[in-house]
Design a protein around this ligand. Structure first.
Ligand code: ADP
Length: 249
């Protein structure tokens, strides 16, 4: 039996600007994300990583191609449809945490459910809080938490509604390496043991090595994939992708 796909992008094209200054940020990008896997997206700066993630997450539209999330054709939805789908089926973790300063950690975690008018599933909430080591911090405001703690709150918030996919954009970018490693360990655990689908954009080969698979972008296309990546394998692949750009400069 093949694993069902959580998301699939076919031949995505995204063009910014017009005429001579037009940039093809995505130029035929295709990728399939099996459910319950942890996928890292890598590529040189400007290769289209953010644009691809925004397209997969319905944060932005594309000029051609199709994005499916489970059975839903995202590219056929209007802005309101995409907003609802993001709220109900997706989770997000950003480099800058993006917590609400006036809310406690517990309230920040519950926010996606509060906004959707749903109640917190106590057992799941407690499991996330315990696994992420947040039990003693629930009544603190974000400003009273360390960067690592804030990011763990952001991860709990992303998972609380059991989304179809969690999108993480450089989630360890603002963390020291030990705190970052602990967070990546948790993301791997969430995929392997809890069945959570995770897509993470990163430029760090060490971070990518925590994923089940790395998808490499260059010039707006997926040009390679690596299963069970090691940091060394990712690094050498990235060096090859970077080389032509360096020579051209
Ligand atoms: P990456 O995340 O891999 O660094 P991006 O997806 O941010 O790459 O960008 C891909 C290309 O699209 C780059 O050439 C970038 O300059 C261009 N681009 C991205 N966003 C915009 C925008 N809003 N307007 C114009 N060009 C953009």
């Amino acid at each position: 039996m093949t694993t069902p796909l959580a998301a699939q992008a076919d031949d995505l094209v995204k063009i910014y600007g017009k005429g001579d200054t037009a940039v093809r940020a995505l130029d035929g990008a295709s990728v399939a994300i099996p459910a319950g896997t942890f996928t890292a997206v890598m590529g040189p700066s400007g290769s289209g990583k953010s644009t691809l993630m925004h397209a997969l997450a319905g944060l932005d539209t594309v000029d051609a191609g199709r994005v499916r999330l489970g059975g839903t054709d995202l590219t056929a939805l209007d802005e309101r449809g995409r907003t609802l789908l993001r709220r109900e089926r997706l989770g997000f973790v950003f480099q800058s945490f993006n917590l609400i300063p006036a809310l406690s950690a517990a309230e920040n975690i519950a926010l996606p459910l509060t906004l959707a008018g749903r109640t917190v599933e106590r057992a799941w909430n407690d499991e996330l809080v315990a696994t992420l080591g947040l039990a003693g911090r629930l009544h603190h405001r974000p400003s009273e938490l360390s960067g690592g703690q804030q990011q763990r709150v952001a991860v709990a918030r992303a998972l609380i509604a059991r989304p179809d996919i969690v999108f993480a954009d450089e989630p360890t970018g603002n963390l020291d390496s030990r705190t970052g490693d602990a967070l990546l360990d948790f993301l791997r655990h969430a995929a392997r043991d809890l069945g959570q689908t995770i897509v993470m954009v990163t430029h760090d080969p060490r971070a990518a090595a925590y994923a089940d698979r790395v998808v490499f972008l260059a010039d707006g296309r997926v040009v390679a994939e690596e299963d069970d990546p090691t940091a060394d394998a990712v690094l050498s692949r990235m060096a090859r992708l970077d080389a032509p750009a360096r020579i051209g400069r």
